[in-house]
Design a protein around this ligand. Structure first.
Ligand code: FAD
Length: 476
């Protein structure tokens, strides 16, 4: 894949993170894929090992122990894991999705309680919205929460919940009243009395990933576990799905797609017919060209959308398009790869059939392709809709790396230059940047690569700057 295309969006730190995740995926995840495929068992140990790297906390601010690396970094983490195991990419995306509601709607007390253990991998969050009858029609749900003093009593059945069987805290959306203002969200610990899991149903793909059923029967949940106000449940569900679900699933599809193209190209180089590799057959070349074109377009759409999100620029439409393009193109390329490889495509050791099965799993969550098309049609017809990326843009923008804040980038580069020239400490670069930019109130630059966080959060101390260093975000 074109390194130049990546460089339009990524920094050295993104690429260092990519190398780190790729090495982990190849060394630690790849050897366990065959077992997950054979047994279809959820790999609790591997899920925990990945979480301990701190990658679930990609967008969690540093003051809560997170990486605070942004949505593009999150995309890279999911993409690199999914290239090796879409099941583990899906595991990471599902819990990162579970972070969104706490970041967007949590009180300070809820953030302080839940985000640090999520960031260091001790706690995997989920989001549980879908019910058997209502499916994608969120307002059609019938699960309830009824206030009883300083508790709510929850009764609901949630299906297809990502990480259902490895999750520690479920973000459950249920009815507290009628209509669109009658949904509310709650944080429900997995071990509360009245909460249980149904056995997992066998599925077509993503073997090793749990997406199953959580049942709540008269589960008593304290009022302090409610997220946001009563009636904000629909906002919790939609904002999480739009700002995290769509880009995360886009990244899973992108990782699968890369694996498809890489494996097919390798196969075509090795398989010989008529005394030459089959990559010399013109109709096969055309197929490979189509696959490469789809992959480049899909990746561009994926990176562009999360780049905008990191900038705090409204991009709901780009996020939808990225999901649509990535899922549809990955499935098309998997189908093309099956054609190119022939009978061996059916054999599990060639992996193409796995990619095809896994790619289909990314279709339904956060809106099927038809749902994305309907929303895109509304954009074409200029139908006014609330943009979630706009509503939360201030929050996203305040947390973005300083070199990416329009107008601060030059200052960050100047700071990096000062840093390089004088071989000074990262702290001195920070001082230089803030002095040059005149934006001391908003940004503090970290290290030679000019990464910053909001000042005044407690994260921008000299010690913290040195600890995070110039080379990368703090994985664990
Ligand atoms: C891998 C995976 C992970 C998932 N993770 C989670 C999770 O973490 N939490 C969670 O709560 N749920 C999760 N889901 C569930 C997912 O959100 C649902 O599959 C989705 O909402 C669609 O519901 P459904 O599959 O029941 O389809 P249905 O709602 O029954 O839809 C059936 C068909 O109707 C079409 N349709 C429905 N509504 C419309 C509309 N308004 N306009 C046009 N067409 C429409 C759909 O496109 C589809 O073709 C996950 C699903 C999968 C496969």
């Amino acid at each position: 894949m074109s390194a130049l295309m990546d460089k339009a969006f990524t920094s050295d730190r993104h690429e260092a993170l990519r190398e780190e995740v790729r090495a982990f995926a190849d060394q630690t995840v790849r050897p366990r894929v065959a077992r997950m495929e054979d047994t279809r068992d959820v790999d609790h140990e591997l899920s925990a090992a990945i979480a301990r790297r701190g990658w679930i906390g990609a967008t969690i601010p540093v003051e809560y122990g997170g990486m605070e690396a942004g949505h593009l970094a999150k995309t890279i983490i999911i993409e690199e894991l999914s290239r090796v195991s879409a099941a583990m990419g899906a595991m990471v995306q599902a819990s990162q999705l579970g972070v969104a509601k706490i970041l967007h709607f949590g009180t300070e007390a809820q953030r302080r309680r839940w985000l640090p253990p999520i960031a260091d991998g001790r706690c995997l969050p989920t989001i549980a919205v879908t019910e058997p009858e209502s499916g994608g029609h969120v307002l059609g749900m019938s699960g309830t929460a009824v206030r009883d003093g300083d508790h709510y009593i929850l009764n609901a059945r949630k299906v297809f919940v990502g990480n259902s069987h490895v999750g520690h805290v479920h973000g459950v959306v249920v009815r507290t009243g009628p209509g669109s203002k009658g949904l509310s969200a709650f944080l429900v610990e997995y071990d509360r009395p009245g909460v249980r899991l149904e056995p997992l149903e066998p599925t077509m793909g993503l073997h090793g990933f749990s997406f199953g059923e959580i049942v709540m029967e008269d589960a008593r949940i304290p009022v302090e576990n409610r997220l946001g106000e009563e009636g904000e449940g629909l906002d919790v569900a939609y904002s999480s799905s739009t700002l995290y679900g769509r880009p995360n699933l886009t990244a899973v599809a992108l990782g699968i797609h890369r694996a498809i193209v890489e494996d097919t190209v390798d196969y075509c180089r090795q398989r010989r017919l008529y005394n030459a590799p089959i990559s010399e057959i013109s109709s096969i070349k055309v197929r490979l060209g189509d696959m490469q074109s789809r992959l480049m377009t899909a990746r561009l759409a994926a990176y562009h959308a999360v780049y905008l999100l990191d900038q705090g620029i409204p991009c709901d439409t780009e996020l939808m398009n990225a999901k649509l393009i990535n899922v549809e193109y990955a499935i098309e390329s998997a189908r093309a790869a099956m054609d190119v490889i022939g009978a061996r495509g059916l054999q599990t050791r060639y992996r193409i059939e796995r990619y095809l099965r896994d790619a289909y799993h990314v279709l339904a969550p956060a809106g099927t392709s038809d749902v994305q098309r309907l929303r895109l049609a509304e954009a074409a017809l200029s139908v006014e809709r609330r943009q979630w990326s706009e509503r939360f843009s201030k929050q996203v923008r305040a947390r973005m790396p300083a070199e990416r804040v329009p107008g601060v980038r030059a200052a960050a580069q100047a700071a990096a230059a000062v840093h390089n020239a004088t071989a000074a400490t990262a702290t001195s670069a920070a001082t230089a940047a803030t002095a040059t930019s005149g934006t001391t109130a908003t940004a503090t630059v970290h290290g030679a690569h000019g990464v910053a966080t909001e000042a005044g959060t407690g994260a921008g101390t000299g010690a913290e700057i040195r600890r995070r260093g110039a080379l990368g975000w703090r994985s664990r």
